[in-house]
Design a protein around this ligand. Sequence first.
Ligand SMILES: [Fe+2]
Length: 227
Amino acid sequence: MKVINLFPLTIVQDNIMIEEIERNLLVSEIKKMKNKIDSKNKSSYAWTGDTKGHEFLFSNKLFKNLANKISNSVINYLQTLEINTDLLDIYYQRSWATITEADQKINFHTHSQSNISFAYYLLKPKNSGGIIFRSNELQNEVAKNIFTNSKMEKSLIKKANVYNSDKSMFDPIQDSIIIFPSKTPHATLPNNSNSARISISGDITIMLKNSEGFEHLMPNFKNWTKF
Ligand SMILES: [Fe+2]
């Protein structure tokens, strides 16, 4: 028997190499941002720069080299989807750092104001937690809720696999970048190490350079009329 999987969610994983001296510089810059506001974050949730007034990280020139490398990975992701990037203007609409201390995590959420999102692992100690994605739709749910956890406990479903799960976890290594559609629900797993995990995330907006004849993708904001 042949199993044919249709309609995948495509998530790209790439590696971005930076010099150790650059990594150390970026880490200390990010730690300064956190310490200015919130030196003792005892929360069970990670420190996220986007909600703490640091949502334009890539406008800091120290992050320019990293942003350029991430741009290349994002273009490769778009080309994997056969999107013609020659017709697009692509913007980082915001970018920020996340510091996840021991036992901290981030609950499921989406970035509904953008098109593409990413997480780059600048500092990723062993066992410091990965990322989970959740499907908006279980394509193989032949009966409502047949794949929920309680069905697993009662042995109706023998084990979770890619055909019956609505969640999938990655544990990326340091210097990995994960790129995905912004509308995809995602969460982070608790940091089970004693060292902080530092990632850099961003939200990307794509728009047409020239919208003539197009109906669906955002026309270039340069042609918008302000109130
Ligand atoms: Fe996120």
